[in-house]
Design a protein around this ligand. Structure first.
Ligand SMILES: NC(=O)c1ccc[n+]([C@@H]2O[C@H](COP(=O)([O-])OP(=O)(O)OC[C@H]3O[C@@H](n4cnc5c(N)ncnc54)[C@H](OP(=O)(O)O)[C@@H]3O)[C@@H](O)[C@H]2O)c1
Length: 357
């Protein structure tokens, strides 16, 4: 039987995007063998360079090929892709760009599926979210975004299956940020705030602008995504959000990072006072009819207090899981696990086009 071809057009080739391209490159023969689907990159773009080749980009030298396309940006590649590709293609959004809701609607209208790592189109104004969902439904296309909550952990799919099988969500509570948990656990161990933040960036855990993590904005987006998945019509402005720490929004990322050493002593004092009382500090989020997030005191021997590194925990209380909640826990940040989660979404589409499960 002839192989089915599934084209991928990816906007964003940074920490997560580059890892995803390499995972797909390495697994392509195995996917072809198992599913009979050939995953072919037809487009890759960043802000300032890109390439579109419906015949398939040679992934052994993709970085050089993209660099050679200097001046061709994501918008141009998308324009070409939407004109040339249809049902057997996926738009992959591995950016943290604003304004992608309209791009997704255009992709669905052109017959593409959409896999996204980008939380912003899911957690902006409710009207945008509903517009994208309706555009996907109208064309019967997949809109998959597992990695937007918990990176590679099965958080969205768990919630979806609970709801689709008739369960009712009462609450989700936990630590939804791998970056903030890495900071909390490193500060428990006596680390300096400025140094552990720089380390979290080096490890690829933080948002492109780490102030989005520190402001709680990234956690709020995850809470909104879960709330909306459960059918709650919540706007970003409805949430109760306290930042992880005070932050200066003026200037660019480099300027902010250069000033973080001034926060070391204040953060150290906060953590020392907590340790002296035998408790831990964790950034805890909740979804329970409303959304909220704040730095909270938790017992050191609780599940939240014992979290280490970039771990996340999601405690689902539902009608069926009320007495003993359903818990999803594990690393919730990092390029390898995040890219693997997006690859999982691509494979869901591949299995559907191949007619297998
Ligand atoms: N890191 C994690 O653990 C993690 C976990 C879950 C979800 N995510 C999400 O994954 C996404 C990517 O994160 P990352 O760490 O890979 O970020 P990153 O390293 O900063 O990469 C972002 C990429 O997006 C491109 N880009 C940004 N705006 C664009 C635009 N308007 N048009 C075209 N390309 C654009 C950039 O282009 P240039 O190459 O030209 O700069 C870059 O290639 C984010 O939405 C993040 O929230 C990350």
């Amino acid at each position: 039987m002839a192989a089915l071809r599934l084209s991928l057009v990816q906007i964003g080739k940074g920490t997560v995007g580059a890892e995803l391209i390499e995972q797909v490159r390495d697994q392509r023969p195995a996917v072809l063998e198992r599913l009979g689907v050939d995953l072919v990159y037809a487009g890759i773009a960043g802000r300032k360079s890109g390439v579109f080749d419906p015949g398939g980009i040679d992934l052994s030298r993709w970085k050089r090929t993209v660099e050679a396309g200097a001046g061709i940006d994501g918008a141009k590649i998308l324009g070409q892709a939407l004109g040339a590709l249809s049902g057997m293609a996926i738009l992959v959004d591995a950016t943290a760009a604003e304004g992608m809701a309209g791009v997704y609607c255009d992709a669905f209208a052109a017959g593409l599926h959409v896999v996204t790592c980008n939380k912003k189109p899911l957690a902006g104004p409710l009207a945008d979210y509903r517009r994208v969902r309706e555009a996907a439904r109208r064309k019967r296309r997949f809109w998959l975004y597992e990695v937007t909550v918990g990176a590679g952990l099965p958080v969205i799919s768990t919630l979806r299956e609970l709801l689709d099988s008739g369960d009712g969500l009462e609450s989700v509570e936990g630590c939804f940020s791998g970056t903030l948990n890495f900071l909390c656990a490193s500060l428990d161990g006596g680390g300096k705030f400025s140094e552990v933040l720089a380390r979290a960036r080096d490890l690829g855990y933080t948002e492109p602008d780490p102030r989005e993590d520190l402001a709680g904005q990234d956690v709020l987006r995850k809470a909104l995504i879960l709330a909306r998945e459960a059918g709650l019509p919540i706007e970003p402005g409805d949430a109760r959000l306290e930042p992880f720490c005070p932050i200066d929004r003026r200037g660019d990322v480099a300027k902010f990072l250069a000033k973080t050493a001034a926060m070391d002593s204040g953060m150290k004092r906060l953590w020392q006072e907590a340790a002296a009382r035998g408790i831990r500090l964790r950034y805890v989020a909740s979804v329970d009819g409303a959304c909220g997030a704040a730095l909270k005191e938790v017992p050191a021997d609780s599940a939240l207090g014992r979290l280490s590194g970039p771990e996340n925990i999601f405690v689902f209380k539902t009608r069926r899981y009320r007495e003993r909640p359903l818990v999803v826990m594990g690393p919730g940040a990092g390029p390898a696990v995040t890219a693997a989660g997006a690859f999982g979404d691509i494979l869901k589409v591949a299995r559907a086009v191949a007619g297998t499960s």
